[in-house]
Design a protein around this ligand. Structure first.
Ligand SMILES: *[C@@H]1O[C@H](CO)[C@@H](O)[C@H](O)[C@H]1NC(C)=O
Length: 142
């Protein structure tokens, strides 16, 4: 019994370390649920593919970007345990399976970026690869 409990504890710990990788339609449906305009979701999906390959645990240690949409520690999230910066969150909170927190922050980054650039997507450098019609990213999803 003790060994079984130990096994369960290890199994659960292992599961928590495992990254969740969204597939295209799962990602698209989650954005729709979070209230993103339908005609922008293909572009977001293209950005997520280029930024993280849809991996919620993605971290770029050289730039300090976190999560499926690679949100920057420079402006938007706080490293360490105290929530803070533009989105009022910890960077580690961007690495979970549930991406609704990421998406709330993404909306903020998008809106803030629109104030000084014509297009909120410009906050993501990979947007350069995602201009124009990206509807193939959501084909068959809705
Ligand atoms: C990490 O960020 C740097 C600087 O923005 C970028 O050049 C590099 O391609 C990124 N690495 C990955 C794996 O995305």
């Amino acid at each position: 019994m003790k060994a079984f409990v130990a096994f369960l504890v290890l199994a659960i710990a292992a599961l928590q370390c495992e990254a969740k990788v969204y597939n295209k339609c799962e990602f698209a449906k989650t954005l729709l649920q979070a209230g993103f305009p339908k005609d922008q979701i293909g572009t977001w999906s293209c950005i997520a593919e280029h930024e993280s390959h849809y991996n919620t645990k993605a971290i770029n240690h050289s730039s300090g970007d976190y999560g499926i949409l690679q949100i920057s520690k420079l402006y938007w999230c706080n490293e360490g345990n105290t929530p803070g910066k533009g989105c009022g969150i910890t960077c580690n909170s961007l690495l979970g399976d549930d991406i609704f927190g990421d998406l709330t922050c993404v909306k903020k980054v998008f809106e803030e970026t629109k104030k000084f650039k014509a297009n909120g997507f410009e906050a993501w450098t990979t947007y350069g690869s995602c201009r124009g019609d990206q509807s193939r990213y959501v084909a068959g999803c809705f």
